[in-house]
Design a protein around this ligand. Structure first.
Ligand code: NAD
Length: 336
């Protein structure tokens, strides 16, 4: 039986991944600080569900607490580490920059150091489509060099990839960064578009539509994401003794350092996304048409061919199904 550490286990993606591994019979240690960036109640509800499994252990700790992280690695022998805890959100980074430096840079260093000393077989960590910035060639490919982040959030995620590179290079720590593209689905984040739209529409309030709904996002359903993260984490990239290049080589599954896109490979205009929600709810939304927000990018579009060749990742959930599943969960959870 494998033992996995999932950081951010009370978060949206961490919760779903933990459920999948626990249902398979693996052991999961989940770490989270249960911070109040969004509803602590929602995080606790996710956690309650995980705690029904005997093979789940919860550790409430902050990533920046080096002693707590070291202690966790001293107590457990992790076969895989999936690091998802971070300060998420592009817009919040405009007003709360220090939270990103703490969790995403100091916290990430603590995870890297702990994995290095414990000789963790494989560290998989969350990067983001935001590292591509604006004006990037479509679809976004990991073979493109990206060095123009448009928000501090994106800058910390790009920094994580660079930091992981040094640990793979210097210490032979096998690392895989996954650039997530707008993940949505049941138990989703209250600060993200789908949740905000459904909530406002059901409460009869107008929704804020940025860039007049012309932005395009590669909305990716949570089950597809979990499938891809699980497959990636399982596949341990053995350190290659002959590896000398400074270049990330996403096509090689044998390199100790990898970066992949994990997205839907099918961008959708925000306006179309909203129409699908309206159809599902049977309500026409009142819309506040607003300009583009600072830090936002006009479009995201994942080329997922590298992850497909490496682990057979193939997203398969259309937005109609994904939105219907979210709405069903939302109505059930909030009783509306
Ligand atoms: P989330 O906010 O729901 O989950 C993150 C969890 O980490 C939260 O439960 C939070 O309490 C915890 N956390 C934050 N800072 C911490 C700290 N210092 N110490 C301990 N715990 C801490 O976010 P999510 O949507 O599940 O995202 C997971 C990861 O994927 C994040 O790294 C995020 O940046 C990245 N990502 C997500 C998306 C998306 O669309 N959801 C897109 C791109 C990247």
């Amino acid at each position: 039986m494998s033992t996995h550490l999932i950081t951010g286990a009370a978060g949206f993606i961490g919760y779903h991944l933990a459920e999948r591994l626990l249902e398979r019979g693996d052991r999961v240690v989940g770490l989270d600080n249960l911070n109040d960036y969004y509803s602590v109640e929602l995080k606790k509800s996710r956690l309650d569900r995980l705690q029904r499994h005997d093979n789940f252990t919860f550790v409430k700790a902050d990533l920046v607490d080096q002693a707590a992280i070291d202690d966790l690695f001293a107590k457990h022998d992790f076969d895989r580490v999936v690091h998802l805890a971070a300060q998420a959100g592009v817009r919040y980074s405009l007003t709360h920059p220090r939270a990103y430096v703490q969790s995403n840079l100091v916290g990430f260093t603590n995870i890297l150091e702990a994995c290095r000393h414990a000789k963790t077989p494989h560290l998989t960590y969350a990067s983001s489509s935001s590292v591509y910035g604006g004006g990037t060639q479509m679809p976004f490919s990991t073979s493109q060099r990206v060095d123009h982040p448009l928000s501090l959030y994106a800058a910390t995620k790009k920094s994580n990839e660079l930091m992981a590179h040094t640990y793979s290079h210097l210490y032979g720590l096998p690392t895989t960064g996954l650039r997530f593209f707008t993940v949505y689905g049941p138990w989703g984040r209250p600060d993200m578009a789908l949740f905000l739209f459904v909530k406002a529409i059901l409460e009869g309030r107008p929704i804020d539509v940025f860039n007049e709904g012309k932005m395009r996002r590669d909305f990716t359903y949570i089950d597809d994401i979990v499938e891809g993260v699980d497959r990636t984490s399982q596949q341990i990239a053995a350190p290659d003794p002959n590896w000398k290049s400074d270049e990330p080589d996403p096509s090689s599954s044998n390199a100790p350092y990898r970066i992949y896109n994990i997205g839907n490979n099918d961008p959708v205009e925000l306006g179309v996304f909203i129409e699908t929600i309206e159809k599902e709810l049977g309500i026409t939304a009142q819309k506040n048409m607003l300009p583009m927000q600072p830090g936002d990018v006009p479009a995201t579009y994942a080329d997922t061919s590298a992850l497909e060749s490496a682990v057979g990742f193939k997203p398969k959930t259309p937005i109609q199904t994904g939105i219907a599943n979210f709405v069903a969960w939302y109505r059930d959870y909030y009783g509306v």
